[in-house]
Ligand binder design. Sequence first.
Ligand code: PMP
Ligand code: GLN
Length: 418
Amino acid sequence: MASAGSNPSLKMSADTTEDARPAPWQRAATGANLLSPEGNLGVTIFEEMTTLALSTGAINLGQGFPDEDGPAEIKAAARSAIASGANQYAPGKGVPALREAIASHQQRFYGLTPDPDTEVLVTTGATEAIAATLLAFIQPGDEVLTFEPFYDSYGAIIGMAGGKHVTAPLLAPDFLPDLEALESSFSSRTKIVLLNNPHNPTGAVFPEPVLARIVELAAKYGAIIVSDEVYEHLTFSVPHIPITSLPGAGERTITISSAGKTFSFTGWKIGWLTGPEHLVAAVRTVKQFLTYSSGTPFQSAIAVGLGLPDEFYTGIAATLGHKRDILAEGLRAAGFGVYNPSGTYFINVDTAPLGILDSVDLARRLPGLVGVAAIPVPVFCHPEGAERTRSLLRFAFCKKTDVLEEAAERLATLKDRL
Ligand code: PMP
Ligand code: GLN
């Protein structure tokens, strides 16, 4: 397995800048054994940057969480669920109302018809859905293919499950894979293709030909497709296509989503997955021993959320699209090269036009320099990918408009402070 240790651009440590070993979150992302002598229980890049933002008073455009709560009726539903006594363990697979709401949502938006009893599983955030799915299917030595950059928990869980993490690059400016080269990342040991669409951190939304090629290759190599679609409703003028809706995909695909993103309740940790019964049953078995069940009153509340009218869903995408435009303009004015995202709430910029080639170093200094925190993209990569993305920095725009405007003003002063 590739290690971040050999990459000079990843020498940042949560504890000391003198420490040449990768930071704890880097070891976790490469699947290092955190209890080994070289290991060190530590924090993720998100936790690290949020702590830095808090200690410096910086505007936190690092960790992706909204600074406004989601719909009042969903909060009211949670309060009323608590008041009415929905406070003990939920059924392991999720409260029936939420499983039914998840199935209806799949039908309403995608024409999919999962059985709420056997083909839906509620999880403690998408994070648990990812962990339980990978733990259910990976045997030591199995290969798991992700695109790169990849969301940090993928590397950590693949490592914990004893899998081998293989990556296929997403290439600027569109951050889509090279479809000709993609087959070279598959092998007879490929057990899972784990994709994230819309994609964090790049903001790419995979079009149908890309998805079709992934399905074709997964079928050819007998791999399970795991599709993390937590940003399914956060796309701008392009449709989100669930990979499971493509011909040949349904029987081999687990689809993951989360209320955190769609409804702006990241702290509630309600996620779910859908897929064919035999796959969902295996994941359910693992989930029983991770958390057994997930927050009962929040589940009922999210069932209410999933039933909100279409206008809610189009509204969140439109509002976020406007925020994207505000931040993108500010970042451009600050002198960064801006990659306009088609989805998610993240913008990637190239720091090279400002003469900065190391985004890890810049991320560490940015809160002190101008009072804004961001996430360096190389931390979502193995060494080769980290080299390719060395000058990329990710900003979150799920913040109030005036906060984004203030951040833009601060960033505009960066070129004079370098
Ligand atoms: N997958 C991706 C791609 C994410 O960006 C996140 C972060 N929110 C998660 C999974 C985790 O979601 P949750 O907070 O529901 O566990
Ligand atoms: N998904 C969020 C992000 O990418 C962070 C979630 C977390 O802190 N684990 O910023």
